[in-house]
Design a protein around this ligand. Structure first.
Ligand SMILES: [Fe+2]
Length: 203
């Protein structure tokens, strides 16, 4: 069958149909370009997820790093205490009968936080009276040798000769004793708190 030769009018209608069909359908993206776009989108999603995880971890670390603010009890009221040297201030009213104490007045001034005194050990040393194992129930204790010398024994430390200028601490409840001292020995002792318990371990 012979094909009908298109007239000018039918050709124009066909062209018009083709044009309208192109306008209605979405633009076709080439397959290679589409794959590339998908890959970019996936990478971006992964990056966002990583950033979210990092941010969350940072927040966790930040919250862990923030230490809670400790609630401190109110400090007891303190005032200035000044003590100048006076020989008559050395008194036999302290812990040991073989010592004279010059109290520096810090116990009242610190509302009981600490006490400090200068100690003169009365010579000659009598080991039968002096060398008795004991401990003090304190928070802190330190001694400084102002004059002369004293030989001490502390558990874990053994015997030590402390001379003028020597200083040491005695941790809470450390068992100790005085072994010997010079006739002219003077010690500065600082103890926290001002009031504390002494436990004698040997009679
Ligand atoms: Fe002691």
């Amino acid at each position: 069958m012979a094909r009908k030769k298109p007239t000018r009018k039918s050709a124009s209608r066909a062209a018009s149909r083709a044009s309208s069909s192109r306008a209605a359908s979405p633009k076709k993206i080439p397959a290679r370009k589409l794959a590339k776009t998908k890959a970019v989108k996936t990478k971006a999603a992964k990056t966002n997820a990583k950033a979210a995880v990092k941010s969350s971890a940072r927040k966790k670390l930040a919250s862990k790093g923030r230490a809670p603010v400790p609630v401190r009890p109110p400090r007891p009221k303190q005032r200035i205490a000044i003590s100048h040297y006076r020989d008559e201030d050395f008194k036999a009213d302290g812990l040991r009968a073989y010592a004279h104490y010059r109290d520096l007045g810090f116990a009242d001034a610190s509302s009981g936080l600490a006490q400090a005194h200068v100690i003169r050990l009365i010579g000659p040393c009598n080991p039968d009276e002096v060398s008795k194992l004991h401990y003090h129930d304190v928070e802190f204790q330190m001694v400084y040798v102002l004059k002369g010398w004293v030989k001490t024994y502390m558990e874990g430390q053994g015997e030590t000769l402390m001379q003028q200028g020597s200083a040491w601490t005695q941790p809470p409840r450390i068992r100790h004793l005085i072994m010997d001292y010079s006739d002219d020995v003077e010690l500065l002792e600082v103890i926290l708190p001002a009031k504390f318990r002494t436990v004698e371990l040997s009679a």
